[in-house]
Design a protein around this ligand. Structure first.
Ligand code: FES
Length: 323
């Protein structure tokens, strides 16, 4: 019986740490997307590209005609003599067919390459869209259109109104329904002043309710452009606002008073255009000192419910997908 010849073995690439380093780079990218996309993602990308390149270079070495690493003999000593003379690899029943003159890529190597390439293409086709659909929407800006809430005269000075409106009346309909508590504070330095508080609880986002009578019998509905419909109901939130989900309580300016919320209620920017109140972007608030038009608002970029925007806890929320 004769030992198998090297020519009978499949052409497998030698052991390499490059795939592991490449996978570590990809893992680094995915973790970086959650933790810190500006620093960790580029580091992961460099690792993945570098080791991916080295891996591909290693795996295609034979096809590129570069010298193949020497194959070590299986034992250090001279081959043991056998009674029967060894059959040369190109002779006998199992002999490989001799390559055609001028043939650079034998069929088995072509099949190996084609299998690896096809596997990579199929893997990419399956993985990339799934990962894309999973990650990209979280980073896509939702956008905050300017919402016309109607003429200033509708907002009686000093009164609060539960104001309901659509963010995207034409495209998203009911899904974009929002509610804000709005008070006309009168004039401040010759400019109109409004307090516009979001009803989204700063704990987990439930709609907070006013702790005071809602005057449904004075409800007004105003039709705006492009399907917009504004509903205004006078309210007296004398006791501030309460959240029905876990009991979070806020004062009338939206400051957290008790319960699990991490900060005050979010607010909206506003502007006045042609005598109409125009709602702007929402923002987050840690607290408000004072009341009404003279209030000092500690304002932050909009954060999700439950996220700290100040104090040491904010380091736990380095990345905040758009809301
Ligand atoms: S969602 Fe408001 S207290 Fe929990």
């Amino acid at each position: 019986m004769t030992e198998p010849q090297h020519g009978d073995r499949p052409h497998l690439p030698g052991p390499s740490l490059y795939p592991i380093a490449f996978a570590a780079g990809v893992a680094c990218i995915l973790v970086g997307l959650i933790v810190n996309p500006k620093i960790i993602v580029p580091i992961g990308a460099v690792i993945a590209i570098l080791f991916g390149f080295l891996w591909a270079r290693d795996a295609t070495e034979e096809f590129r005609g570069e010298p193949v690493h020497a194959i070590e003999p299986e034992s250090g000593g001279p081959p043991e003599s056998t009674d029967a003379p060894a059959i040369p690899a190109n002779q006998g029943e199992d002999a490989m067919p001799a390559p055609e003159p001028g043939e650079r890529f034998p069929r088995n190597r072509f099949l190996e390459g084609a299998t690896l390439g096809l596997g990579a293409v199929i893997g990419g086709l399956v993985t990339v869209p799934a990962v894309g659909f999973m990650i990209v929407p979280a980073f896509k800006g939702q956008g905050y259109p300017k919402v016309d809430l109607g003429p200033l005269e509708n907002f009686t000075e000093g009164r609060w109104f539960v104001t309901k409106f659509f963010m995207h009346p034409g495209s998203d309909g009911e899904v974009s329904h929002r509610t804000a508590y709005i008070r006309n504070n009168g004039q401040l330095d010759g400019e109109p002043s409004f307090t516009i508080i979001s009803n989204r609880c700063a704990h987990l986002g439930c709609p907070v309710q006013p702790n005071g009578p809602v005057q449904d019998n004075q409800k007004k509905e105003i039709d705006g452009k492009a399907g917009q419909r504004i509903t205004m109901i006078p309210v007296i939130p004398a006791g501030g606002y309460g959240c029905p989900c876990h009991g979070g309580q806020y004062d009338v300016e939206g400051n957290r008073v008790s319960g699990p919320p991490t900060r005050g209620l979010d607010r909206y920017e506003f502007s006045v255009v042609d005598g109409h109140l125009i709602l702007g972007k929402p923002y987050s608030v840690t607290r408000v000192d004072g009341e009404g038009k003279t209030a000092r608002i500690h304002k932050y970029k909009l954060a999700g419910p439950g996220q700290h925007v100040d104090g040491w806890e904010q380091i736990l929320y380095p990345l905040q997908p758009p809301h």
